[in-house]
Design a protein around this ligand. Structure first.
Ligand code: KG4
Ligand code: ZN
Length: 348
């Protein structure tokens, strides 16, 4: 079949500061993919300002869709499914993508399908999973730090964060150190030049049997150290900042791996699949290799560009759903806080 005769899916992801879109064939082949982030604009405010994200998305999403359709060489009439992140995320940014997707689906006579953002982060690994059962899935991102298993196609939450999420504390510590948003990538780079044993921070819920995470202790102990140094010296000099980044990053990684290993022991699991922005962390990937040598537990990571928010992960889940004739109503609302447990209400 020639490319123009095939059926394709267009997907949009705009749950936070990004505008992402992709076109996949109905066999899951990536035809076109693009992403614009407004993170640089948010930098001066030290975090995401939803109004700025919406303004950016309002002009960028239509341009991006036009661009990926043009580069793909596919006729609009062959885009038979339009999928979009329905939630969780920020209400305004979600609405930017959803409203565009609805309008496009309506005018193009395409099926419309809303997708749960976390299901996307979990499902990005689906090509490398032989059997979904008996694996552990960990989504560590700006909004979530959760551990799951899947049984008979049902996602079961084993552990959640009780306070901040792992990505959130990377962003907050970066902000205190006057580093740009998002904090994870820059702390990752700076840590390479620092001594990770220089400072000791608290690993939350370390000796507890729960599979929940807690990151607020690391955040507060790092914050307190920074304030003490700032009080003495006014500004934090470069080598000290590098050591703080490295020691902080190591503690976050050990906190994550600590709970993952506990979950593997409790549930007799030997394969762990990561998703979410923090999974792009190079030190986490190194530690995971070492942990495999010690324990035999295998860790799988998506490509770095598919750890952070992207539209491919939304399209992949939509393709699975359409095979079981799932669609969403054009009246679908945004679901800013929807739990993964309720993901099935998005489509019927
Ligand atoms: O999955 P994501 O793009 O958006 C959410 O769903 O939240 O994750 C964004 C988060 C941010 O907090 C960012 O600082 C963090 O992922 N992040 C990283 C790295 N790259 C992104 N954290 C640690 N190391 C990285 N290399
Ligand atoms: Zn995400």
């Amino acid at each position: 079949m020639k490319r123009k005769d095939k059926k394709y899916i267009l997907s949009i992801e705009s749950s936070c500061d990004e505008s992402a879109a992709s076109i996949l064939s109905n066999e899951g082949l990536i035809i076109s993919n693009g992403l614009y982030s407004s993170s640089k604009i948010h930098n001066q405010y030290g975090g995401i300002v939803p109004e700025i994200a919406i303004k950016h998305q309002g002009s960028v999403i239509p341009m991006l869709i036009q661009k990926i359709i043009n580069t793909s060489g596919i006729k609009k009439s062959n885009l038979i499914i339009i999928s979009v992140t329905a939630g969780p995320g920020l209400t305004g940014p979600l609405l930017s993508g959803i409203q565009f997707a609805k309008g496009f689906a309506l005018s193009n006579n395409s099926f419309f399908l809303g997708i749960h953002h976390i299901e996307g982060h979990i499902g990005i690994n689906q090509n490398i999973i032989a059997d979904k059962n008996n694996n552990l899935f960990t989504v560590i991102s700006g909004g979530h730090s959760n551990t799951y298993t899947i049984k008979n196609n049902i996602i079961i939450i084993l552990g959640e964060t009780r306070d901040d999420s792992s990505g959130e504390i990377f962003d907050k510590i970066a902000r205190i150190l006057n580093l740009p948003y998002p904090g994870g990538p820059i702390i990752n780079i700076m840590s390479k030049l620092g001594n990770s044993n220089q400072y000791k921070f608290i690993i939350g819920l370390k000796r507890k049997k729960t599979l929940d995470y807690s990151f607020s202790g690391i955040k507060t102990s790092t914050y307190n150290l920074i304030k003490i140094i700032q009080k003495k010296n006014c500004t934090i000099k470069k080598p000290i900042a590098l050591h703080i980044c490295a020691s902080f990053q190591k503690t976050v990684i050990l906190s994550i791996l600590n709970k993952i290993l506990l979950a593997c022991r409790q549930k007799n699991i030997v394969k762990v699949f990561f998703g979410g922005g923090v999974a792009a962390n190079s030190r986490l990937r190194q530690f995971s290799k070492k942990t495999y040598l010690k324990t035999g537990i295998k860790f799988f990571f998506p490509k770095k560009k598919f750890c952070t928010d992207n539209a491919i992960m939304i399209a992949k889940i939509a393709l699975n759903k359409i095979k079981t004739y799932k669609v969403s109503a054009l009246a679908m609302p945004t679901y800013p806080k929807i739990s993964i447990k309720n993901k099935n209400i998005i489509s019927v």
